[in-house]
Design a protein around this ligand. Sequence first.
Ligand SMILES: C[S@@+](CC[C@H](N)C(=O)[O-])C[C@H]1O[C@@H](n2cnc3c(N)ncnc32)[C@H](O)[C@@H]1O
Length: 216
Amino acid sequence: MNKWKYGDSWEKYPIESNQIWELKEDRSMISVHDILNSFPEYMLDADLVYSDPPWNLGNANTFHTKNDSGYYINSFSEFYNSFFNLIQKINPLVCYVEIGKQNLKIFQDKISELFPVVQSWEITYYRKSPCYLIRGGQLESSFDFTGKDDEQTPLLAIQNESCNCIADLCTGRGLTAVAAYQMGKRFVGTELNKRRLAVTIERVSKIGGIYENTVS
Ligand SMILES: C[S@@+](CC[C@H](N)C(=O)[O-])C[C@H]1O[C@@H](n2cnc3c(N)ncnc32)[C@H](O)[C@@H]1O
């Protein structure tokens, strides 16, 4: 039996993998997806991507354990190639990705294949671990994220860009989704783990956004 329940959010917001849950007020949409397998069309609406994917193979597979996926990936490149292919399909104006030091260079190179301008800042993760925020865009951002914590960086990124719709391929428990809602922007997201996604739904509902199942 899976011990990773993430509280009782899923019992309140029981999202399943064949469903899209939508915020009627602005058509924000989220669903349960392994981004190695599929990609909902609504993700293509985004003009800004902000995502905090797994940082290495061990971390990626820890999320499969926590999800009870029943399978694992064999190499981290399997994951990040799919991740960046999807970003290429979305073709956003700007893209932010968080990553640890181990795979920083690989992620910088991947983003530089998609964008002419790449910037990186050292930030903190959970207020203690060092981490990097990489930004790809057409033009440079003048905002300095150095030393900021990843709890604030999605909001700061959205505040400092002109965008209408924000995508997160690894939505998790919703830092990007909550920041988008706080900024009055549409959000589109995918997430492997329905119980983590239910935490996002609950967090957004606590600040006034009611996600509803559109497919039963
Ligand atoms: C570092 S966490 C993201 C944390 C997020 N910023 C938050 O606010 O909770 C990475 C997320 O990616 C998800 N994930 C891992 N592999 C995935 C995959 N193949 N497809 C979609 N999501 C995946 C994990 O379940 C986890 O929620």
